[in-house]
Design a protein around this ligand. Structure first.
Ligand code: ACM
Length: 473
């Protein structure tokens, strides 16, 4: 039997004795969207007579094409420029509807051309969501016409800390290099269209009300100390400078979101919600007044109120709110999709509270963590997630009931770029861990890690062809 190296492996693949001889396996294959398959299912039948790809939708047909292209790589040359294609039957459908990757372009800006390559990588792995982390303390990356200073000021920082940040660190050494950049609306529309052509939804994230220091540097009136001129944050960690909870700030954010919604047709929009300290709200007369008006017990509860206010813009446009798992603790809207990042257990809590959940736990799918010995690996944030651990990741916690398990709508890997200055570093941290992740997101049969490695080795050539860096096995 020939060596077939499809990644992620299809749910069902059967090989038969015999070959189909053809000059052009891709051009000669018959393709059909049919009614008797569900929207996500596809089939491939290769007989001595030819190849037929059928699918329940255009998206699923695209998946059939991707699998088929990998399958016919096993064809062997015969006479007259023809090839002999192995006979095969594939019946396939993904386990999850949300099979994502998050790319942080705030900590380090990534060129548009590289974002398009990342989309190619996602398509190669039959993943379907690019979660685009567009704003953070260290940079604002999306053009907003109503507020040009968000990019004029917020997209640039004078310099960046050197080395790894330690807990509680307050003194820094800087690199002396201005860093920044942003995407124009036209560039973002190009990214969205490029992704859509490949069956991928770009979910924008505007992280709020914390992680907003770049915006507050651009518009100090958004902060709790409007008299202070902040800089775009040149080091990592969690900033206490968060948005204030005034009506004018709510309106500001709503205007921003309306522009974001115009660019991104995604049914889902991510409003962050992670790591939002409430110390400034506790100290602010205005925030305290708001807390009293709303009858809230603690300043931290203002986060839920603020998010609900600005999320009205999403509801008006029929979009779903997505948020990091802290949102569960802030009385967020019940229909919010929760992205569990602090641990898989946070996903359990969110599902038990009735939320749909995307499992993105840091202990399994944070690809900014080390993947080998820190002594020999490039500087990373910490942790240790080698390839085999990703391969062994199970997105659905066993302790959930069947009803709760159905709320796990998908899974996502994360690339936070504090310690990745550009495409080369991102590629190294992302791949091939993303290939292992894609197997779990798709629901590929788990044979053994060795079996996976056997398919992965030839698969690396496909990644290389896309011009993306990866960590050699
Ligand atoms: C996160 O890693 N702060 C979502």
């Amino acid at each position: 039997m020939p060596d077939i190296a499809i990644v992620p492996a299809p749910r069902e693949l059967t090989l038969h004795e015999g070959r189909w001889t053809t000059a052009d396996p891709v051009g000669e294959a018959v393709r059909d969207v049919v009614e008797n398959l569900d929207a996500t299912e596809y089939r491939i039948e290769i007989t001595t007579e030819g190849a037929r790809l059928t699918a329940g939708s255009e998206d699923a047909l695209r998946h059939a094409e991707t699998t088929y292209a990998q399958l016919v790589e096993a064809a062997e040359p015969v006479e007259d420029g023809k090839v002999a294609v192995p006979l095969a039957h594939v019946a396939d459908a993904p386990r999850f509807g949300w099979r994502g990757m998050m790319l942080d372009v705030a900590r380090h800006f990534m060129p548009k051309e590289f974002v398009l390559k990342i989309i190619d990588v996602l398509a190669l792995h039959r993943l379907n969501v690019l979660h685009f982390h567009l704003t953070d303390d260290q940079g604002w990356r999306v053009e907003i016409e109503a507020y040009p200073r968000l990019t004029e000021v917020g997209a640039w920082r004078d310099h960046t800390m050197v080395g790894r940040m330690s807990h509680g660190q307050t003194e820094f050494e800087y690199d002396g290099t201005r860093h920044g950049g942003f995407y124009t609306k036209d560039e973002l529309r190009e990214i969205v269209a490029y992704a859509a052509e490949r069956g991928i939804t770009v979910v924008p994230e505007i992280d709020l009300p914390g992680h907003m220091q770049a915006a507050i540097a651009a518009y100090p009136e958004l902060g709790n100390h409007p008299d202070r001129q902040l800089t775009v944050r040149p080091y990592w960690g969690i900033s206490e400078d968060v948005l204030n909870v005034n009506d004018a700030t709510v309106e500001f954010v709503k205007t921003v979101l309306r522009e974001v919604l115009e660019i991104f047709p995604s049914p889902y929009v991510h409003l962050g919600g992670d790591e939002c300290p409430s110390v400034q709200w506790a100290e602010s007369d205005e925030a305290q007044k708001r807390q009293a008006e709303l009858g809230l017990d603690e300043p931290g509860q203002l986060q839920g109120w603020f998010t609900a206010q600005v999320a009205e813009v999403l509801a008006e446009e029929g979009r779903r709110l997505v948020g990091w798992d802290e949102m569960v603790e802030t009385d967020c809207p019940k229909d919010a999709v929760i992205m569990a990042w602090r641990s898989a257990q946070r996903g359990v809590v969110a599902a038990k509270a009735g939320h749909e959940v995307v499992m993105a736990p840091c202990e399994s799918v944070y690809f900014d963590y080390y993947q080998g010995d820190p002594e020999t690996e490039p500087l990373a944030i910490g942790g240790n997630i080698p390839l085999e651990k990703v391969y062994d990741f199970e997105p659905v916690p066993a302790e959930l009931s069947e009803e709760e398990k159905a709320l796990i709508v998908g899974t996502q890997c994360q690339i936070w770029t504090e310690y990745m200055e550009g495409p080369e570093q991102v590629g190294y941290m992302l791949l091939p861990r993303l290939s292992a992740f894609a197997e779990r997101a798709w629901g590929s049969p788990k044979v053994s890690y060795d079996e996976f490695l056997g398919r992965l080795r030839p698969h690396l050539a496909r990644i290389e062809k896309l011009g993306v860096n990866y960590r050699p096995l």
